[in-house]
Design a protein. Structure first.
Ligand SMILES: [Mg+2]
Length: 254
């Protein structure tokens, strides 16, 4: 078998509630040893790229700068020098974007994790900018996310509020957008592209849209979605990321 490009979801797949899933680091090293390219993708919209890589490495997952793809990376590629952005996000992510003067009329409204900074005036500014023609960019469309202290309302809910008030539709930059898959995978053909994740509404759906092979792990959100109907079906299901090298090798022998 030709070498693969394997995209691994972060939360619920490589790490869970702030700790590495057992065997995750070993699996990555084994896949690399077998000649495959491993990348990590995440809809994390609360950190810049460098800080995120550092955080992942601290959890023992061996990744380098340029190997982790987030919607913030995707957003920066959408913008041009002429873009003027209003960013609804916390400080760390806002700092990734060029600074704007307060009175410039935005061409884009970018919505990410804004738990620390969201207020009614900020929502109003976003609402007015989009109503006046700015493009609404959603770093991701998640309904909720899971943290060590429980489940939290996610970015998609804030995006939906602005969509509802303005009657416009956001452009989604994170998964399950197939553009995000392309950005992370580069120009590798779909038959050499694998996507591994715990969430059928994002990871597996994105793989379907991009024609990639998909693997769902039985960690993270797996149990939440077990009874759900009508969700994208993965090509393979494995207990955890630890089983991925064996699955990849078995497929190579077939
Ligand atoms: Mg996940």
């Amino acid at each position: 078998m030709n070498s693969l490009v394997i995209l691994l979801d972060l939360d619920g797949t490589l790490v869970e509630r702030g700790r590495p899933v057992p065997g995750a680091a070993h699996a990555i090293m084994e896949l690399r040893r077998a000649g495959h390219t491993v990348r990590v993708f995440t809809n994390t919209d609360s950190r810049g790229e460098a800080a995120l890589v550092k955080q992942i490495r601290r959890m023992g997952i061996p990744v380098a700068l340029g190997e982790v793809f987030t919607p913030v990376v995707a957003a920066l590629r959408v913008l041009t020098l002429a873009s003027r952005v209003l960013v609804l996000a916390d400080r760390a992510v806002r700092d990734e974007f060029p600074a704007q003067s307060d009175n410039s009329r935005p061409t884009h409204v970018i919505v990410g994790d804004c738990r620390q900074t969201l207020s009614y005036p900020v929502l109003d500014a976003a609402f007015r900018a989009v109503r006046d023609g700015a493009e609404l960019l959603a770093l991701q469309g998640g309904r909720y996310f899971r943290a060590a202290d429980g489940d939290h309302l996610d970015t998609g809910a804030i995006v939906a509020a602005i969509e509802y008030a303005t009657g416009s539709k956001a452009r989604l930059l994170g998964k399950p957008s197939p553009d995000f898959l392309r950005l992370a995978a580069g120009d590798v053909p779909a038959d050499r592209l694998w996507v591994v994740g715990d969430d059928r509404t994002t990871d597996i759906l994105m793989a379907h849209r991009g024609g990639a092979t998909s693997v769902q792990v039985r960690t993270g959100k797996y149990l939440d979605q077990q009874a759900a109907e009508g969700l994208a079906e993965p090509t393979h299901v494995i207990d955890s990321i630890a089983g991925l090298p064996a699955l990849v090798e078995a497929q190579a022998i077939r």
